[in-house]
Design a protein around this ligand. Structure first.
Ligand code: PLP
Length: 234
């Protein structure tokens, strides 16, 4: 199977899952598939690009910047991994969306760099819905308050929420977390906070993207099912 065959197969599974969610009333817009290219060479990205794919995700700032530099300029890059404040300056203006904001201090840094660059930076709040110790992200209880604090910062626009669900054998086990994230997003949207949009839900990876799509994901982040196993863990 070529990379584009893999991509197309994920893409059709995604559409089918979305149709189920639409019938169930839990999904409203067809999710966008982010091809998560971390650890894989730029040549793999180019191969998919040549077949028409434009939306890619990376979890490390340096790797994203190195690839961005040499690949076509109309690629839409998503930063999906944990972001340190001292790296913000390298990616503001380069990425379409930062999926992993989990503190006011980080958002303030993004605001500062967005101001310098004269851009508005779209972000998601990363929520550790399952409350796993090992994961980054804020708790569901903290989310509204953080959204309110960030909403007043210039140059930053909260578009929605992101979660990384637990690693499980049976993806159905994660349905409860995807549902919780959607409910939280509906809840916060209902508060009508200025400058907080809640039209984006980033959830679902190789093992569970179909369940996430059924539960209303607007972005799914899929690496392994497209590019194959990563040769080293990240
Ligand atoms: C690596 C990664 C993914 C993709 O994981 P796969 O299981 O390979 O699909 C998705 N989201 C984040 C934040 C990641 O770091």
């Amino acid at each position: 199977m070529s990379l584009i065959d893999n991509y197309n197969s994920v893409s059709s599974r995604l559409s089918a899952a979305y149709e189920l969610g639409k019938s169930a009333g839990t999904a409203k817009t067809e999710p966008v598939l982010i091809a998560v290219s971390k650890t894989h060479p730029a040549s793999d990205i180019q191969e998919l690009y040549d077949a028409g794919v434009r939306v890619f995700g990376e979890n490390k700032v340096q790797e994203l910047c190195e690839k961005e530099e040499i690949l076509p300029k109309d690629i839409e890059w998503h930063l999906i991994g944990h972001l340190q404040r001292n790296k913000v300056k390298y990616i503001v203006g380069k990425v379409a969306l930062i999926h992993s904001v989990d503190s006011l201090r980080l958002a303030e840094e993004i605001s500062k760099e967005a101001g310098k660059a004269g851009v508005t930076c779209d972000i998601l709040l990363e929520v550790n819905v399952a409350e796993e110790e090992s994961k980054f992200g804020i708790s569901t209880a903290e989310t509204e308050e953080l959204a309110r604090q960030i909403s007043v910062l210039p140059g930053v626009r909260i578009r929605g929420l992101m979660t990384i669900a637990p690693f499980v054998e049976n993806p159905e086990e994660n349905r409860v977390y995807f549902r919780k994230l959607r409910e939280l997003s509906v809840d916060i949207a209902g508060k009508n906070i200025d400058n907080v949009y809640m039209d984006v839900l980033s959830m679902g990876m190789t093992g569970d993207f179909e369940v996430a799509a059924q539960e209303g994901a607007t972005f799914v982040r899929v690496g392994t099912a497209i590019f194959g196993q990563r040769s080293y863990p990240v």
